[in-house]
Each structure stands twice: as C-alpha cells, then as structure tokens.
Design a protein around this ligand. Structure first.
Ligand SMILES: NC(=O)c1ccc[n+]([C@@H]2O[C@H](COP(=O)([O-])OP(=O)(O)OC[C@H]3O[C@@H](n4cnc5c(N)ncnc54)[C@H](OP(=O)(O)O)[C@@H]3O)[C@@H](O)[C@H]2O)c1
Length: 199
C-alpha cells in the first residue's frame, strides 16, 4: 500500500457512498449509467466504480471538468451548463443524481422503464418526490444513507490497490485553515475531495 494519508482520508466519504448505491442498484456489465454531478466527491468515485462494474458511463458536469471526468473513464460527457435535460430523448438503465441540482421530475424521465434512479443527495422533499416517482413510473428509486461496513472498506482498499479507483483530491488544507476549507466546499464547486490535514 503506497497511499498517502490524504489519499486514504479522501476515500470513505464519496467512494463509499458511490459503491453502496451502485451495488444496491445492481449495476451489471453492459448497463448504461448516467452520473449527474460527476465532478464532486461522490460523482468522481461513481464514474470510476460504474466503469469497474462494466457499465457504459455518461458523466454530467460543467465545461471545465469535462476533461477530468473523461480521464476517470467516462465514455460520454454531457455539459450541464449547455443543455436542457428535459429535451433529452435517450434513457439510461441507472441514473445517479449525486448533487441534488436537477429537479426530480426531470431526472426521473431519463431512466428507462424497469431502471433505477438514485437520489444520492436527496433531502426530505426530494425523497418524497422520489417515492412518488417510484409509484407512478416503472422504475426503482433509491435515497437515504449507507453505513460503512468493514467489508465495504476492504472492497474499496482492493479497488485502490488494483488501480481501479483513485481518489480525486482538489485541495489539502492544514487544520488551521479549516474555516477556509469549509468556505471552499460550501461554495459547491470542488473537484472531487477536499482534505484537512490534522498532522
Ligand atoms: N446519501 C449519502 O449517504 C451521502 C453520503 C455522502 C454525501 N452525500 C451528499 O452528496 C452530495 C454530493 O457531495 P459531493 O461532495 O460529491 O459534491 P458537492 O460538494 O455537493 O458538489 C460539488 C460538485 O457539484 C458540481 N455541481 C454544482 N452544480 C451542479 C449542477 N447544477 N449540475 C451538476 N453538477 C453540479 C460542481 O461542479 P461545477 O463546479 O462544475 O459546478 C462540483 O464539482 C452532497 O449533498 C452530500 O451531502 C450523501
């Protein structure tokens, strides 16, 4: 294991969330998977894990992050600053909304019949809307949280060992600058993870 402490620290938050949801969605080889918000901590991990599971991945991010998500393995990249998602005709087996930035009704229409909609960042309103979607459309909707298990962490360790996933680290702040770190994260435009070094 040749990881830095920063790399190891960046793993549990986004990567565990992405793994848990994609496993629960039962993503399999050949599935088409859209990751909406592909440039955040959850999104950068989800792109890599969905690829590892054999999916054809469409990543959605802004213009400046298109190269980065492509380098993580995305097969197709859509720019959320340039398109109206309500006009898209294509449907995906699994759509993973990681940032809670697109209306549930709009993102639900991107899921194939019998597919899965993951609302990874849903809060109460979106979770209720998700429940409605699951009753009125023929797709499974997932929201909520997942508690990390030892087995999950071992799986993530193995995926890192084999190079299947690598944490994306935007910035590392010393503990004395934790207020600035929070300000940066709260601005909502970090790429992958922000790490605070308490050493
Ligand atoms: N369910 C769970 O158990 C669980 C666990 C962990 C986290 N979460 C939640 O997951 C969410 C995501 O966290 P995160 O750390 O991955 O990311 P984040 O910090 O919430 O979001 C940062 C990313 O979102 C992108 N973004 C901003 N506006 C967007 C838009 N309109 N469309 C698409 N992308 C947009 C930004 O890219 P640009 O700069 O290009 O805009 C940036 O890369 C959070 O709400 C967090 O609370 C849930």
């Amino acid at each position: 294991m040749n990881w830095t402490f920063e790399e190891a620290a960046a793993i549990p938050f986004g990567t565990h969330t992405a793994l848990s949801f994609l496993k629960a969605a039962r993503v399999k080889s050949g599935d088409t998977v859209m990751i909406y918000g592909a440039s955040g901590a959850v999104g950068t991990a989800a792109v890599q894990i969905a690829k590892y599971m054999g999916a054809e991945v469409t990543a959605v991010c802004s213009t400046k992050n298109m190269g980065m998500v492509k380098s993580l393995g995305a097969d197709h990249v859509l720019d959320y600053t340039r398109g109206d998602f309500s006009g898209i005709k294509k449907r995906w087996d699994v759509v993973f909304e990681t940032v809670n930035k697109i209306p549930v009704g709009t993102v639900a229409r991107l899921v194939k019949k019998g597919g899965v909609l993951i609302l990874g960042a849903a809060i109460i309103k979106e979770a209720i809307q998700g429940l409605w979607v699951s009753m009125t459309r023929k797709c499974r909707v997932m929201a909520g949280t997942h508690t990390p298990t030892r087995a999950d962490m071992e799986t993530l360790g193995q995926l890192m060992e084999t190079g299947a996933i690598q944490p994306v680290i935007d910035r590392v702040y010393p503990l004395e600058q934790i207020v600035e770190a929070h300000r940066y994260v709260d601005a909502g435009h970090k790429k992958g993870n922000v790490v605070v070094n308490i050493g």
